[in-house]
Design a protein around this ligand. Structure first.
Ligand SMILES: *Cc1c(COP(=O)(O)O)cnc(C)c1O
Length: 489
């Protein structure tokens, strides 16, 4: 390699010696973190003193006096160690955030260093073909024909859902792409359940439909979209001269892991000429486990699917995926031609990723999934998903034995519960106080959520390192904290 004599470039490139020292240092720090995170507080203590100290420490970097690289790196490691909820902690019973796969961590490091540009295919043939292969392979797991499958890696499930709405509009309204919403004579509306992810509300806003275009359909006692309520709302909308444009089935709701009835919803979408989207951001992992894949039956007929590899597949954040069986819809939605994009691949049958994505310059997101899959294989993934599902079943059993009542019905490891054995054991005040105390204790992390207007505690096995003993600690902690709160009344 050419040596850099110029001071300016050396500032960013560092010297070979410094680079080795830093990489040795962070390798040690990551190894230490990975081995000891289970003994740390799960969540930091949040208060004014801590906030003041944090802001002062950061403001100390006014960038007028450059620091030694090792000092800057130590500062970052210290901050990450003490000032975040440790989602890699085995007692983080949280919001679908995983312990990262180590092949994923390595992949992200390589991607940062090699910095492939995923806008034009010709700039990154390796990256583009890896992602295309993953899109086809995942599509196949969801029952798509790999020859018809298209898709794109996104910044997350929210962008995948946003892409779904855009493709739905382009498909439904032929003039939308060029003339915009003014060419659409009737108000387009989209249907989701009240338990659906709120990224659809944002997407409706971003696409110019407005948030009123989102019809939140009530759910039944199993938290699935009510078919009767959906039919009623569609009839009302048709009567009011609105156009049903997209119907969303959630396969694994964020709060309670409920699965909408995909097959029935698909039929209704066809009857009404709607785009049918399945949001399987978390629950889509069931497609990798033969005994759970029944949960996704009907997905193969979906026009598009959202799936997040940074949830149940445990790759580092963020790695969303949009899949479709309409081979040309992304092209119709996203493609643009410009003189400045390279033409080096002319004559080859390839796709420029920027013509299939909302993004232009784009990071090579697929490598963390590719390397993890290459090493774990489908079977390795199936095993981790089975393990987490088993831990979820254990949690349900132990909670019931501990006097809690489970209020959701999910085959996947997200558990919602209240305490009906205690007076006031299912009031929002009590349940929120329980969650708050557990988070403050530093021994575990869980949260509350709303199910059909009722506050419940929510604990999810979202980490492949969570063991039986972690589940038992949580259940004991819940009992202790509930007792403390009662005694103080
Ligand atoms: C997490 C989630 C999303 C949003 O995904 P991000 O990756 O956070 O953008 C969308 N839908 C469902 C069902 C989710 O669980």
């Amino acid at each position: 390699m050419q040596t850099l004599s110029n001071q300016a470039s050396q500032t960013l490139a560092l010297t070979s010696k410094t680079r080795s020292e830093l990489f040795d240092y962070i390798q040690g720090a990551i190894e230490y973190y990975t081995k000891t995170v289970a003994y740390m507080r799960v969540a930091p203590e949040l208060n004014q003193t801590m906030l003041d100290a944090l802001r002062a420490a950061i403001a100390n970097f006014n960038f007028n006096a450059p620091r030694a690289p090792i000092d800057a790196v130590r500062f970052a490691i210290g901050g990450l160690t003490t000032q975040q909820v440790h989602t890699p902690h085995p007692r983080y019973f949280g919001l679908f955030n995983p312990a990262p796969s180590q092949m994923g961590v390595i992949a992200d490091t390589l991607v940062a260093a090699f910095n492939p540009q995923m806008a034009a295919w010709s700039h990154s043939p390796f990256a583009a073909e890896i992602e295309a292969h993953l899109i086809r392979s995942l599509g196949e797991k969801f029952g798509y024909n790999p020859h018809e499958t298209d898709g794109v890696f996104t910044s997350g499930g929210a962008e995948a859902n946003h892409t779904a709405l855009l493709t739905a509009l382009v498909h439904k309204f032929p003039k939308f792409s060029k003339e915009g919403l003014l060419s659409v004579k009737q108000q387009p509306v989209i249907y989701v359940s009240t338990q659906a992810h709120h990224s659809f509300v944002k997407a409706a806003r971003f696409c110019g439909l407005g948030t009123n275009a989102v019809r939140s359909i009530p759910t039944d006692d199993k938290l699935k979209m009510s078919i009767d309520a959906l039919r009623e709302q569609i009839a009302k909308d048709l009567n009011d001269a609105c156009t049903p444009a997209m119907l969303v089935a959630t396969a694994g709701t964020t709060s309670a892991g409920a699965f909408d009835d995909i097959k029935v919803l698909e039929k209704i979408a066809r009857e009404e000429g709607m785009w049918f989207h399945v949001d399987a951001a978390w629950g889509g992992a069931a497609a990798l486990v033969p005994e759970l894949s029944y949960l996704l039956e009907g997905c193969e007929k979906a026009d598009s699917i959202t799936f997040d590899a940074h949830k149940f597949l445990s790759v580092p954040m963020a790695a969303g995926i949009y899949l479709t069986r309409h081979k040309t819809i992304l092209q119709e939605t996203c493609a643009i031609s410009t003189a400045y994009m390279p033409l080096d691949a002319e004559g080859l049958d390839v796709t420029d990723p920027f013509t299939h994505s909302m993004q232009w310059s784009r990071r090579f997101t697929g490598l963390k999934l590719f390397l993890t899959l290459a090493v774990a294989g489908w079977e390795g993934y199936a095993e981790t998903i089975r393990h987490q599902t088993a831990m979820g079943n254990l949690l349900r059993k132990e909670l019931e034995q501990g006097g809690w009542r489970i209020v959701n019905d999910s085959p996947l490891p997200v558990v919602c519960f209240v305490d009906e054995s205690l007076e006031n054991g299912s009031t929002p005040e009590f349940l929120k106080a329980v969650a708050k105390r557990i988070v403050q204790s530093g021994e575990a992390w869980l949260s509350t959520t709303l199910l059909n207007g009722k506050t419940v505690l929510r604990a999810c096995i979202t980490n492949y390192t969570t063991q039986e003993s972690d589940v038992q600690v949580l259940v004991r902690l819940l009992r202790r904290v509930a007792g403390e709160i009662l005694n103080e009344r």
